[in-house]
Design a protein around this ligand. Structure first.
Ligand SMILES: *Cc1c(COP(=O)(O)O)cnc(C)c1O
Length: 414
């Protein structure tokens, strides 16, 4: 056995498919978002970031920065332990109260990431429920899929947002059997919304629990940033709401909000919660400040929606293949992994625009795309530059502005 060659071959395969991942070596500059310093050989010394999940720029907001610095000064750098063994600072307790209040639930529980919160919670809930079946939207995030696998129970996958299919699957299960329906409120690659109300209706009718990933919505939707379920007045109908502190809140960490019984069980049993050092005080302090700020302020949310709508409109006006997305995410179809990478390389090197190519397995093959995320801090000047640069690259590479064959590929893949 030549061990090394196994790994080299695996990477060679990824390269042949044109989806070898190259990380941009950038340095965010606090207070200058979306501009970042470029440390790679290629491209200009400063670039504009158009693919960040720091959706509202809270990662560089004075409110979060000051809270982080304050927490370091008062408590130091590390939490010093797991939550159970000396790693619960008062800041953690306060953050969990803020999050429970945000979602109108009895309790909340913070994890080291959104990924861990999905993995740990779903697997624990599924293991606790006797003879449980998980019903999972086919577009669910990898972290939910990891949790479902970890639950070691039967799973049924329903076609994306297809309520008839979900109902058909539910009908096939005994009323008394434990069921968990797992889905998202904003699907981050296509930018479409989950059918929260209709899924909760089905859950009531067929006696199921619901698990909603609001990662791409918390902070951004609802009058207090409680997500799409808050915006639609549905928070009390969802059993477990999951979110992240790493995207619109601009920090790090994940959480669930649910009944006291569910949260206490996950807290007491989930290995992904128990056996890891708790989040650092700076992160927890900053996240609390961010959640509080966005409960009270709508300025960022309003401007965010306006910017996303403006970018979509401007790109459509010049005939670029903007995919239909009702949310803040602006996907632009390329439909081929090699070309997708070429497009983003040219945008970066020639125009100083950073957009990471999105390839398989993040999206289905044939639907490779640019995923553009406008924020309140992308002003008209950088929007103009983005539109001009995309038009230039599209023409230079001979990509047509109206691409029926790719639309077909997309329809077939979805
Ligand atoms: C990013 C993401 C997560 C994971 O959240 P992190 O805090 O980044 O670990 C979970 N679910 C979805 C849908 C995501 O896009």
């Amino acid at each position: 056995m030549r061990y090394e060659s196994v790994f080299e071959d695996a990477v060679a395969k990824v390269r042949r498919e044109g989806r070898y991942r190259v990380f941009a070596d950038l340095e965010r500059q606090a207070g200058r978002f979306p501009w970042a310093r470029n440390h790679s050989e290629e491209g200009p010394p400063e670039v504009v970031v158009w693919c960040s999940n720091d959706y509202l720029g809270m990662g560089q907001n004075a409110v979060t920065r000051e809270a982080a610095c304050d927490a370091v000064e008062r408590l130091g750098t590390g939490a010093g332990g797991t939550r159970n063994i000396s790693g619960t600072t008062h800041l953690h307790v306060v953050l969990e109260r803020e999050l429970a209040d945000l979602h109108g639930k009895e309790a909340a529980l913070v994890f080291t990431s959104g990924y861990v919160s999905n993995d740990a919670t779903i697997s624990t809930v599924a293991q606790l429920l006797p003879d449980c079946v998980i019903l999972s939207d086919e577009m669910n995030h990898a972290s939910m899929i990891a949790g479902i696998r970890g639950g070691r129970c039967p799973k049924l996958i329903f076609r994306h947002n297809d309520l008839d299919h979900l109902e058909e699957l539910l009908k096939g299960l005994p009323y008394e059997r434990a069921k968990l329906i797992a889905f998202e409120s904003v699907y981050s690659m296509d930018g479409d919304f989950g059918e929260i109300e209709a899924i909760c209706d089905l859950a009531d009718k067929y006696n199921a629990m619901t698990y909603l990933d609001e990662v791409h919505a918390v902070g951004m939707y609802g009058p207090r940033g409680g997500g799409v379920a808050e915006a639609r007045g549905l928070m009390d109908r969802v059993t477990i709401i999951q979110g992240t502190l790493a995207k619109a809140y601009g920090c790090m960490g994940g959480y669930i909000a649910a009944s006291a019984a569910v949260v206490d069980a996950v807290r007491s049993i989930a290995p992904g919660f128990i056996f890891t050092t708790s989040l650092a005080p700076a992160v927890v302090g900053a996240a609390t400040a961010s959640v509080r700020h966005l409960k009270a302020s709508n300025v960022e949310r309003t401007r965010h929606q306006e910017r996303a709508a403006t970018v979509k409109r401007r790109l459509r006006e010049v005939g670029l293949p903007v995919m239909n997305s009702p949310s803040h995410i602006v996907p632009v179809l390329v439909g081929d992994p090699v070309r997708c990478k070429q497009v983003t390389d040219r945008l970066f090197e020639k125009h100083g625009i950073y957009i990471q190519p999105i390839n398989y397995p993040t999206v289905p093959r044939g639907t490779e795309r640019l995923r553009i995320t406008p924020t309140p801090l992308h002003d008209d000047h950088v929007v103009d530059r983005l539109v001009d640069a995309l038009v230039d690259v599209w023409h230079e590479m001979g990509l047509d502005v109206d691409r029926p064959q790719l639309e077909t590929a997309l329809a077939a893949a979805s």
